[in-house]
Design a protein around this ligand. Structure first.
Ligand code: SF4
Length: 75
């Protein structure tokens, strides 16, 4: 809570507000490789109770590979 306060972030806002999909979020600057667009696609798939294809058989270009040595998940 001290960190929220020192950064001027109201945690209740994020806990209780429906955030637009195109909103800039406090953690958006953290690069874990996976593109936000891919996560939003997976979100829609989850709401539709649909499975994404197994990316071990067909890469969905999520972006994770860019952080791996050689830029490949299977390498
Ligand atoms: S193979 Fe790697 S880059 Fe491709 S979708 Fe899977 S995790 Fe993402």
């Amino acid at each position: 809570m001290q960190a929220f306060a020192s950064c001027g972030v109201d945690p209740a806002f994020y806990a209780n507000t429906e955030i637009p999909l195109d909103a800039v979020l406090p953690w958006d600057h953290i690069d874990v490789g996976v593109r936000k667009a891919h996560l939003l696609h997976e979100r829609e798939m989850a709401y539709a109770s649909a499975l994404s294809p197994d990316c071990r058989h067909q890469c969905a270009a999520c972006g994770a590979a860019k952080l791996l040595k050689g830029g490949r998940c299977d390498g």
